[in-house]
Design a protein around this ligand. Sequence first.
Ligand code: PEP
Ligand code: MG
Length: 536
Amino acid sequence: MAELRLTGRQAAAGLAAGPIALLPSIEAMHRRRGSPEAEAAALRDAIAAALRQLGTLAEDAQDDGAGVLGFQIAMLEDDALSAPALDAIAAGTAADEAWQDAIAAQVADYESADDEHFRARASDLRDIGERVLRAVAGACDESAAPPGSIVFGEDLTPSRFLATDWSKGGGIALTRGSASGHVATLARARGVPMIVGIRADLTAIPRQAEALIDGEAGVLCLDPAPATRDSFLARVTAAKRRAAAAKDFRTRPAVTADGTPIAVLINVADPREVDNVDLAACDGIGLVRTEFLFHGRELPDEQTQYRAYRRLAEWASGKPVTIRTLDAGGDKPIPGLTIEGESNPFLGTRGIRLSLARPDPFRTQLRALARAAVHGAIEIMLPMVAAPRELAAARRYLDEGLQQLSEAGIAHRRPPLGMMVEVPAAAIAVERFDADFFSIGSNDLTQYVLAAARDLDSLAELSDPMDPAVLRLMARVAGHGAQTGRKVSLCGDAAGEPKHLAALLATGLRTLSVAPSALARTKEAIAGIELDRAAT
Ligand code: PEP
Ligand code: MG
């Protein structure tokens, strides 16, 4: 076959070459059918089996994987998911057919949603659908793709992603998929190149093709001509050399070319992520997204949270650990906690607004944080603060929690209370906020300054953290910190992009927090920056 170039949208950067692995579609499954009661029991048993499998996978999963699986468990536990299938079974349909139809209808609903977040969740729903269907048919395994292969298909389920060994390379090319879906998040965290939205007729793709995937350019090349293959492999070698060179910077302190030290901390989601990070390579934890802890079957209790926060504090051994209180809502709904049906969830009851509207989980989290603070330098950070009274209200809840702990004789310590600066109002009038420290959330600040939703691929160009309006606000916050002696950092994704660093440091920022996988390249880029030049 002649070389075939297919294009799609970037979901995770990186280059990979390997044999193609076409994703199998789920085959029609034949099984003996019974009475409606027997079919209903078969479906219930299959759901229970699927939940057990997901529970086991979640226990073993690393990084964001457990969060994805927790989300699937919550979806599958919701009776609303199985109700239409059980109704159809009562009317005489077999369990497998009823389940397939019910899931197909819900996938179609998700896919036609206006909200990108819901569209992205269709893949989780398909994943759950397949797992239960296999269990109904009595076949339970979720096959992994062969290591090192370029997986090509309509969509890849999160569980198949997690079952696959990506340490040998490989990549993902999908005709559907979403850059903001769970698989894309996992792919970025593991450095697996991924392209979504490829226009191709999958039935015409040869099963044995060789493939080159360029996640940055969004290009998949099948059966490349020798010249294409050679130049691609030369790029792979150069990229590997760059990554190896950057590795030397990983454990060194970050210093600009003209000798200014820059603190580089890490962002974490799952507390288990730090197990793979060398503490010496970072200056602490600049952001813990605690949403992760809240995606299980139920809201975590005080003791569960205390253990998770204490683990981070002990790992950091005295370096700062900035833990953000629950930032649910917007693109991160939590079933049963966030408010449903808001017309614009990004401008809705999210972050601190939700914590103040539903204070019980907030109280629990603050107590757990104050207890864990005995074991290290925990700092509490509030998300989405827009008005000083929100900060004041949060401080009152913290005071109340400390008082309760004192009365109960439980060991605790008062952590500093800081805030994210991600709402333009907080950046413009930062001096109104009596926070102990500030951390700029460039992801949200950019979307709110430019009025461009962060999860819309079509607005990606407009949603630029390097826009002068965004940079001016960052400089304002950094200047306020320098004047008043309060810590200011930046923990949004902009800090993990080497080409943005000169402009970020030029705003006066001297503390950045990035994904652990970005530590080496961030420090390498900092070493090449002349601050005097960056400021002009
Ligand atoms: C941000 O908005 O930049 C940020 C760090 O928070 P999140 O991405 O979790 O909204
Ligand atoms: Mg944010």
